[in-house]
Design a protein around this ligand. Structure first.
Ligand code: HEM
Length: 505
């Protein structure tokens, strides 16, 4: 047989096999799941808020991989570490797309780092740029800024402990650090102009991507209605928010550009990208990519780390013995007369374990960020259709009793000793081609703030009028896809007044 005929023969056999295989695939069942209605699927069983609890209940009933349907969307939920890593990590080229959100498209936000399609030509560049600028080596450039902002936080907690949650989030620490990281903008006082400005942009983005809010996501043909048409109000909302966001998009980026032109700029993600080491010029397209990535860093970096730090305060108040052990480690390694620094990180293994436990006990994104399949797949005898929305049920994974006995207990000891339990960093930062590129930065920020807060204060419960301790319940609420502890009260008892005097402004 000539080689040409042989190639034709192999191609024909491969096509026949592929056809047979796809036919076989489509006959395979979907993963099990709740019984659905003909038109509306499982819509009637899904709560308006916090579907993560429904996913947890369904995971117990239907197992580590289950499916459900709403009109026009097939959902697959992965509730075990094995199923999530088998699919999202090992088959990343099939599972790393994002579902198309029509409201996001209408608002022209589809190039946003979170929403961009895996197949878009910008995607690979985004990931490379973010990976390099947030690598363990590069983020060391921001250590002095992180240290400075950490001191500001300690001072605020000392002088105004009642508003600790606000100090952690908007007014201070995380927003200030991430704003500097992204744009080189230094926050001097609370009520900062850019923080308020960007916060508003995040709120607009949350409105258009809110699951279940917009009918056009269920009936995509509605997007062709003219915006004046009765019932097409969603289109006017999308255009309006899109217009506002386009004003936000470039603004902080343009500020940094002007600073660079004036020669008076701080090192930041944007300055690093706009001034490549090899002296090459940056094209308009590259500028566009840098602007989207810097906005993504701000959007992804602020509320995530703030959520973890607030959960840390809650955990320390509820688990005083953990707090004591962590403080004893800091006192022994660093001493009581100075704050822990980045150079001490390796010498504080209990603090490292405490951070792992924090990420597990209060996962910041309990249902991850949805992925979408780019082709049909088969897993453990089940069919995963092309275009399915795949949810990583991080909450159920983090509470898997096999991996974490007594999962509701805050116990850093899990990760210490000869046979530590599974490292939660395998799943809390997401999976595959969309895994969080900011994880090293996030962990560094958590390390510094947690160790310095423990060196400065003992966190205890608030007292009622009778002098009795108030124990708040461990409850979280969704803010967009993120989880934050519900508001609670506590007290910060200074451990060393002289040490606190060193940060007083
Ligand atoms: C405790 C802190 C953090 C946690 C738990 C966290 C977790 C996550 C998770 C679960 C995802 C979705 C991954 C997926 O789709 O599978 C994500 C995406 C992302 N994170 Fe983080 N994150 C944190 C902090 C940060 C920080 C500080 C930054 C930036 C400085 C950052 C930047 C990003 C970006 C840009 C994405 C989008 C990636 C993409 O869609 O391709 N994150 N993060």
């Amino acid at each position: 047989m000539s080689s040409g005929i042989f190639v034709l023969f192999v191609a024909a056999a491969a096509t026949a096999f592929f056809k047979f295989y796809s036919r076989r695939c489509s006959r395979l069942p979907l993963p099990p799941g709740p019984r659905s209605k003909f038109f509306t699927g499982n819509l009637h069983q899904l709560p308006k808020k916090e579907p993560v609890w429904t996913y947890a209940t369904w995971a117990e009933r239907y197992g580590p991989i289950f499916s459900f349907r709403v009109p026009n969307r097939q959902f697959i939920v992965l509730s075990s570490l094995k199923s999530a890593t088998d699919l999202l990590d090992s088959r990343a080229t099939t599972y790393s797309d994002r579902p198309k959100l029509w409201m996001v498209e209408l608002a022209k936000q589809n190039l946003n780092v979170f929403n961009i399609s895996f197949t878009h030509p910008y995607f690979k560049t985004y990931r490379t740029v973010l990976k390099n600028s947030l690598s363990t080596r590069t983020i060391q450039t921001y250590q002095s800024l992180q240290t400075e902002q950490c001191r500001v936080l300690i001072d605020s907690l000392h002088k105004d402990p009642e508003h600790f949650a606000g100090h952690i989030t908007r007014c201070r620490n995380t927003a200030a650090v991430v704003l500097y990281l992204a744009y080189g903008w230094k926050v001097i006082e609370s009520g900062d102009y850019w923080i308020d400005f960007l916060q508003e942009a995040l709120e607009f983005s949350a409105i258009i991507s809110k699951p279940g809010r917009w009918l056009v996501e269920v009936m995509p043909l509605l997007r062709f209605l003219p915006s004046w048409f009765p019932g097409a109000g969603f289109k006017r909302v999308a255009f309006d928010i899109g217009k506002k966001l386009s004003r936000f998009d470039g603004t902080p980026f343009n500020w940094t550009k002007q600073q660079i032109q004036s020669g008076n700029y701080a090192h930041s993600f944007v300055s690093e990208q706009l001034l490549p080491g090899d002296g090459s010029t940056v094209s308009a397209q590259q500028e566009d990519i840098i602007a989207w990535c810097s906005q993504g860093i701000y959007g992804a970096g602020v509320d995530t780390t703030a959520s973890s730090l607030t959960s840390f305060i809650l955990a320390m108040m509820l688990y005083p013995e953990v707090q004591k052990r962590a403080q004893a480690e800091i006192d022994a390694v660093v001493g009581r007369d100075q704050f822990p620094a980045f150079k001490d990180r390796e010498k504080l293994p209990y603090i490292g374990a405490l951070i792992q436990e924090l990420l597990r006990w209060a996962p910041v994104a309990p249902e991850g960020v949805p992925h979408c399949t780019m082709r049909e797949d088969v897993y453990e005898g089940y069919r995963i259709p092309k275009g399915s929305i795949v949810i990583s049920n991080i909450l159920s994974i983090s509470r898997d009793k096999e991996m974490y006995p007594d999962p509701l207990e805050f116990r850093p000891e899990r990760f210490i000793g000869p046979s530590p339990q599974t490292d939660p960093r395998k799943f809390v930062f997401g999976f595959g081609g969309r895994r969080c590129p900011g994880l090293h930065f996030a962990e560094a920020l958590l390390y510094l703030n947690i160790s310095c807060i423990l060196a400065a204060f003992t966190i205890v419960k608030q007292l009622d009028e009778m002098g009795e301790e108030i124990t708040p319940p461990v409850e979280f609420e969704n803010v967009g896809p993120l989880w934050h502890p519900k508001p609670f009260k506590c007290r910060f008892i200074p451990r060393n007044k002289d040490l606190l005097a060193t940060v007083s402004q």
